[in-house]
Design a protein around this ligand. Structure first.
Ligand code: ATP
Ligand code: MG
Length: 654
C-alpha cells in the first residue's frame, strides 16, 4: 500500500454535502457555551481546563495542571477529590436533595424515581457494604448487571471508597466475563439474578456462576434480586437485600488523589481484541462533566436528559453516570430494548418524561428508519430540544431523518466523536454555536487539539483526508492499558511520533470541518485510491430503498481491492431484479465511478458487536471466501450464517 507518488492522497474525499443547520436562535441566545470558549482555550489550553476543573468540588486544589511525560499524563497533580461526593452529596448539600437524579423505567413498565437524597443514602449503604465485604481502596470490582438503579449505585459506591470498577456488559458470555475478571484480578463481582430483555426475564447469575468457577481472586458475588428467577446459592454469594439494605445510610467520603484509578473498561471489541482502558478521577470527571454541560447545553433545572446507551459501555459511564450526575442533571434510565412491547417504546418514554435531550447511536437511528416514520409520529415529542449521536459515523441521511422525524426539524443534532480511550467527547458541534452539517463531527471541542494528517505525518489541507490524531494530552485521556504500558505505547503512540492515534480515518472538508471516515484498517484501496467505507455506505444509505449498508474491500486481481457491499433494504422496498444495478449506479453517481461497488449483496442482517457497531472484518472474511475470524464479541453469531447463505448470488457483476 506504499504511495507511488508523493502527492498521492492518504484518503479520498468523495462525498459532498451542502446542507447546513443553523442553531435555533433561542438556544443560541441562552447557550451554556459561546464561541469565546474556542478562543479562550486556544489562548490558554491549560487555563481553560483549570476553569473546567473548578466546576467540581475539590478537597484539595492541585498544584500542577498537567505533568506530561509522553505518552504518560497526570492531570491536576496532587489535587484531591471524591468522585461520588461530586456526583451526589454536593447537590444534596446545595439544597437539591429532592431533585430527581434518575427516572428509571423497567422494561415491563415498572418505574422508580430516585432523588439525589435517595441516591446519597443508597450509595452510602452500598459503600458500607463493600467495606464489610472486604473491598478497599484500589481493589477491583467486576460489575455485570442489567440496567437497574443498583448499577449506577454500584459504580458510585466503588468510586466513593476508591475501589476500581470494571463493568462488563451484561450481554457478554461467561468466557468473556471470566477473562475480564482475571485480567483485573477482581475481588468482588456485583450482579443480579437477571434483567428484562425483549419481554422476558433474561438470566445473568448462571453466567457469573460459570465465570467464577475455580476463580481464586473472587471472594464474594453480590446479587441484586430483580426478576425473582431461581438462582443457585453458592458459598461466596450474598444478596444485595441482605447485605446492603441493613447498612447505615451515612458514609463519609474520603478524598482520593486526582490520579487514583476510577475504573477499567474494556473497549467494545469491533476489532476483536478488547483492551482494558484505565481512567483516573480528576481529569476524567472534569472533562465528562464539562462536555456534558457544553455539548448538550444541559440546564440542570429544566432539562430531562436521556442517554439510551448501556452503562456497560463508556457512553453509559460518562453520559449516564459521571457527567450528568456531576452536573446535577435529571436523567432517564431505561432497562430494556426499543421494540418491547412495541416499536414506539422509546418515543413513549420521551413523551412520558418530557425528555428534552436525547443521546443515542446511529445503529438505533437506522433501525428506527427501517421501522418507518409513522411510529415516532404517533407520540408527542415536542419537549425535545437537542439530539445527540455516538458510536459510529452517522450517515447524512440518518442524521437528517433523526432531525426531521425525532426532532421535528427543529432540534440541533450533535454528532459526537470519541472512544473508550478518550473518556469523553472530543469532536462535536456545539448546539448553540455550530451551523452543523449532516454527517460531520465538525470541530474539536475547546481545549482539544486534533488534526488530520497524511502518512508522512503532515497536516492535510482542507479538502484532504487521512488519519485522525490528537496532538495534545486531554484531561479524560486513558492513562494506560491496565497492566500493560507497552501495549498502551504500541497501540496508540507508535504510529506517529508524539501524536495519539485513535485508529480512525477522517477528512477536512473545504471549510476545514471534520468528517469521520471509519477505521483506517477498513479503508479500501481501489485502483490507487484509498476509499473510506463510511462514504460508500453513506451513499448507499442515501438511496430511498436502503436502510443500512456495510462495505468492505475484497482482493481483486485488477483493482487491488474491489468494493463489496452488504445492504439491508427498508421495510417496504422489495428486492427486484435490478436492485443491485440500481444501487451500483446510485453510488457511482453520488461519489464517482471509482467508488462503484463490484458486488451488492442484499442481506437480512449485518454482523454487529453487542454495542451495535458493524464488524466489517467479518464481512471481509465472507467477501474473500475465508473462514470467519474471531466472533467472540459478535452480538449474534447466527447472523454470519444468514449472510453466508446469500453468497451464491454474490457472483461478481459487470
Ligand atoms: P475496539 O477498540 O475494541 O475495536 P471500539 O473501537 O468499537 O472497539 P469504542 O471505544 O466503544 O470501541 O468505540 C470507539 C470508536 O467508535 C471510535 O474509535 C470510532 O471508530 C467510532 N465512533 C464513535 N463515535 C463516532 C462518531 N461520532 N463518528 C464516527 N465514529 C465514531
Ligand atoms: Mg476502538
Amino acid at each position: 500500500m506504499a504511495p507511488e507518488r508523493e502527492t498521492q492522497e492518504t484518503l479520498s474525499n468523495l462525498l459532498r454535502e451542502d446542507r447546513r443547520f443553523e442553531p435555533p436562535a433561542d438556544l443560541a441566545a441562552a447557550a451554556n457555551v459561546t464561541a469565546e470558549a474556542y478562543e479562550e482555550a486556544a489562548r490558554d489550553r491549560l487555563g481553560f481546563w483549570e476553569r473546567a476543573a473548578e466546576r467540581l468540588t475539590w478537597a484539595q486544589r492541585w498544584d500542577t495542571t498537567l505533568d506530561w511525560q509522553p505518552p504518560f499524563a497526570k492531570w491536576f497533580v496532587n489535587g484531591k477529590l471524591n468522585v461520588a461526593y461530586n456526583c451526589v452529596d454536593r447537590h444534596v448539600e446545595a439544597g437539591n436533595g429532592d431533585k430527581v437524579a434518575y427516572h428509571w423505567e423497567g422494561e415491563p413498565g415498572d418505574s422508580r424515581t430516585i432523588t439525589y437524597a435517595d441516591l446519597q443514602k443508597e450509595v452510602s449503604k452500598a459503600a458500607n457494604a463493600l467495606t464489610e465485604l472486604g473491598v478497599g481502596k484500589g481493589d477491583r470490582v467486576a460489575i455485570y448487571m442489567p440496567m437497574i438503579p443498583e448499577l449506577p449505585v454500584s459504580l458510585l459506591a466503588c468510586a466513593r471508597i476508591g475501589a476500581i470498577h470494571s463493568v462488563v456488559f451484561g450481554g457478554f458470555s461467561a468466557t468473556a466475563l471470566r477473562s475480564r475478571i482475571d485480567d483485573a484480578d477482581a475481588k468482588l463481582v456485583i450482579t443480579a439474578d437477571g434483567g428484562y430483555r425483549r419481554g422476558a426475564p433474561s438470566a445473568l447469575k448462571p453466567t457469573v456462576d460459570e465465570a467464577v468457577k475455580d476463580c481464586e481472586s473472587v471472594e464474594h458475588v453480590l446479587v441484586v434480586r430483580r426478576t425473582g428467577q431461581d438462582v443457585e446459592q453458592n458459598e461466596r454469594d450474598v444478596w444485595w437485600h441482605d447485605v446492603v439494605e441493613r447498612q447505615s445510610d451515612q458514609h463519609t467520603p474520603e478524598p482520593h488523589d486526582a490520579e487514583d484509578p476510577l475504573y477499567i473498561l474494556y473497549t467494545s471489541g469491533t476489532t476483536g481484541k478488547p483492551k482494558g482502558i484505565l481512567h483516573t478521577t480528576g481529569g476524567y470527571l472534569t472533562q465528562a462533566s464539562w462536555t456534558h454541560h457544553a455539548v448538550f447545553d444541559l440546564k440542570p433545572e429544566t432539562d430531562i436528559y436521556w442517554c439510551t446507551a448501556d452503562i456497560g459501555w463508556v457512553t453509559g459511564h460518562s453520559y449516564i453516570v459521571y457527567g450528568p450526575l456531576a452536573n446535577g442533571a435529571t436523567s432517564v434510565i431505561y432497562e430494556g430494548t426499543p421494540d418491547t412491547p412495541h416499536r414506539g417504546r422509546f418515543w413513549e418514554i420521551v413523551q412520558k418524561y418530557k425528555v428534552t435531550i436525547l443521546y443515542t447511536a446511529p445503529t438505533a437511528i437506522r433501525t428506527f428508519m427501517k421501522w418507518g416514520d409513522d411510529i415516532p409520529a404517533k407520540f408527542d415529542m415536542s419537549s425535545l430540544r437537542v439530539l445527540g449521536s455516538v458510536g459510529e459515523p452517522i450517515n447524512p441521511e440518518a442524521y437528517v431523518w433523526y432531525r426531521q422525524h425525532i426532532g421535528a426539524g427543529r432540534t440541533p443534532v450533535v454528532d459526537t466523536w470519541w472512544q473508550t480511550e478518550t473518556g469523553a467527547i472530543m469532536i462535536s458541534p456545539l448546539p448553540g454555536i455550530t451551523a452543523a452539517k449532516p454527517g460531520a463531527a465538525m470541530q474539536p471541542l475547546p481545549g482539544i487539539v486534533a488534526d488530520v494528517i497524511d502518512d508522512q505525518a503532515q497536516s492535510v489541507p482542507n479538502g484532504g483526508g487521512g488519519f485522525l490524531v490528537v496532538r495534545e494530552p486531554w484531561p479524560s485521556m486513558l492513562r494506560t492499558i491496565w497492566g500493560d504500558d507497552q501495549r498502551y505505547i504500541d497501540t496508540y503512540w507508535s504510529r506517529f511520533d508524539g501524536f495519539y492515534f485513535p485508529g480512525d480515518g477522517a477528512k477536512k472538508d473545504e471549510d476545514g470541518d471534520l468528517w469521520l471516515l471509519g477505521r483506517v484498517d477498513d479503508v479500501m484501496l481501489v485502483s490507487g485510491h484509498n476509499i473510506s467505507t463510511t462514504e460508500v455506505e453513506s451513499a448507499l444509505v442515501s438511496h430511498p430503498k436502503v436502510a443500512e449498508a456495510a462495505v468492505v474491500g475484497a482482493t481483486d486481481p485488477v483493482t487491488t481491492q474491489a468494493i463489496v457491499s452488504f445492504v439491508i433494504l427498508r421495510g417496504a422496498a422489495d428486492e427486484g431484479a435490478d436492485i443491485a444495478k440500481e444501487l451500483r449506479d446510485h453510488v457511482a453517481k453520488t461519489l464517482g465511478p471509482i467508488a462503484k461497488p463490484r458486488q451488492i449483496l442484499i442481506v437480512p442482517e449485518l454482523p454487529k458487536t453487542r454495542s451495535g457497531k458493524i464488524m466489517r472484518r467479518l464481512l471481509r472474511d465472507v467477501a474473500e471466501n475465508r473462514s470467519i475470524g474471531d466472533v467472540t464479541t459478535l452480538a449474534d453469531s447466527s447472523v454470519m450464517n444468514l449472510i453466508a447463505e446469500k453468497l451464491p448470488s454474490a457472483a461478481s457483476e459487470d
